[in-house]
Design a protein around this ligand. Structure first.
Ligand code: ADP
Ligand code: MG
Length: 331
């Protein structure tokens, strides 16, 4: 690697604070060394964001950095895992230092907020692409896997659905993507556009669900698409009540034509969708941590696990509608 790249790494990605005593060696050696917390297993996931595919090329770099880490951490939340460390694979068309400095600031803001340590990475030249691999940990028996849903379980979601999809539409219509700043977006986290730019991984809900949920996933591709993964993995089906879907005030007040379809099929909300038996849900609702969390993030029962396969959406009148579950396909 030429000296110039080492300088860039040193300037923008080295010497960040370590948030965890389990990180024994971070950026700068051939590998990072991480001590798995006693009695826990590591949870590992990687997400790649390609400019022009996953984000508008003119998205402010600080927002790109924050978002790249936040969406990866959402996978940890969906497993009930706690963040430990992450690595960064950066492919850059050129060494644009003003972009790098802003990207690094946004990434570090998210790293500090979610207390996760940057421990290494790789830097290459090519079309702008950002890969973030997160490492977290969770007690093995409590990890929230997808294949545990049982017939009779309730289907629940945290937060509200469809906001991010509506935010994306607004940005596509108005095209003023570069006008936003990370600081403004973080200062007003509930606007539709903020929900798209800087989604909030539901870590605290993930920890709570460890003791209650039978299966869990984060809603990245859209509720139907993601719940389909859970029911397929669990060999069951699900019926969702469309009138019970949690819609934010911002979405209901927007000019968006069909909030329910957005809530069912638009992606990027990064809420948790989980299944839970009625008994365990009652216990969850009595948990003190739940009363604390629900002050800011609602929890809504939206349907039930049934025998069979696939996801069916039922309206208040009882008629069913089919919604394409495709999500986004790259190939
Ligand atoms: P190697 O040749 O052993 O793969 P590199 O030259 O790619 O090492 O990287 C040197 C050091 O800098 C390593 O510790 C690596 O983890 C770190 N590093 C490289 N790129 C990044 C990056 N974008 N962010 C954080 N650390 C990085
Ligand atoms: Mg390398």
């Amino acid at each position: 690697m030429p000296a110039r790249e080492f300088d860039l790494i040193k300037r923008y990605f080295a010497d960040w604070p370590t948030h965890d005593k389990n990180v024994l060696l971070g950026v700068g050696d051939d590998c990072a060394l991480i001590n798995p917390p006693a009695g826990e297993v590591l949870a590992v996931s990687v997400d790649t964001m390609v400019s022009g595919v996953h984000f508008f090329p003119n998205t402010p770099a600080a927002i790109v950095g924050f978002r790249a880490l936040a969406v990866s951490i959402s996978d940890l939340a969906a497993m009930g895992a706690a963040p430990l460390s992450f690595t960064l694979s950066l492919t850059l068309p050129d060494a644009d230092e003003s972009w790098l400095s802003e990207f690094s600031r946004g990434l570090r803001t998210a790293a500090d907020q979610y207390r996760i340590s940057l421990v290494g990475g790789d830097t290459t030249r090519g079309p702008l692409t950002i890969g973030v691999q997160v490492i977290g940990s969770v007690p093995q028996a409590l990890a929230l896997i997808r294949r545990g849903a049982k017939v009779g379980d309730l289907v629940c979601v945290t937060g509200t659905l469809g906001d991010s999809g509506a935010g994306l539409s607004l940005l596509q219509e108005h095209g003023n993507v570069s006008a936003y700043t990370l600081d403004d977006v973080l200062a007003s986290p509930d606007t539709l556009i903020s929900r798209f730019f800087c989604p909030t991984p539901r870590l605290a809900f993930g920890y709570l669900l460890r003791s209650y949920a039978s299966a869990c996933i984060d809603v990245s591709d859209g509720l139907i698409a993601d719940l389909s993964h859970v029911v397929d993995a669990s060999s069951v089906g699900a019926v969702i009540q469309s009138h019970q879907l949690p819609l934010s005030e911002a979405l209901r007040n927007s000019l968006c034509e069909d909030p329910v379809t957005l809530a069912l099929s638009s992606g990027d909300d990064y809420e948790l969708c989980f299944t839970v038996s009625e008994d365990r849900l009652n216990a969850l609702l009595d948990d003190g941590r739940y009363s604390e969390l629900v002050r800011t993030v609602p929890l809504t029962v939206i349907g039930r696990i049934v025998s069979g396969q696939g996801v069916v959406v039922q309206s208040m009148q009882g008629d069913t509608r089919s919604v394409t579950s495709s999500g986004y396909h790259h190939f």
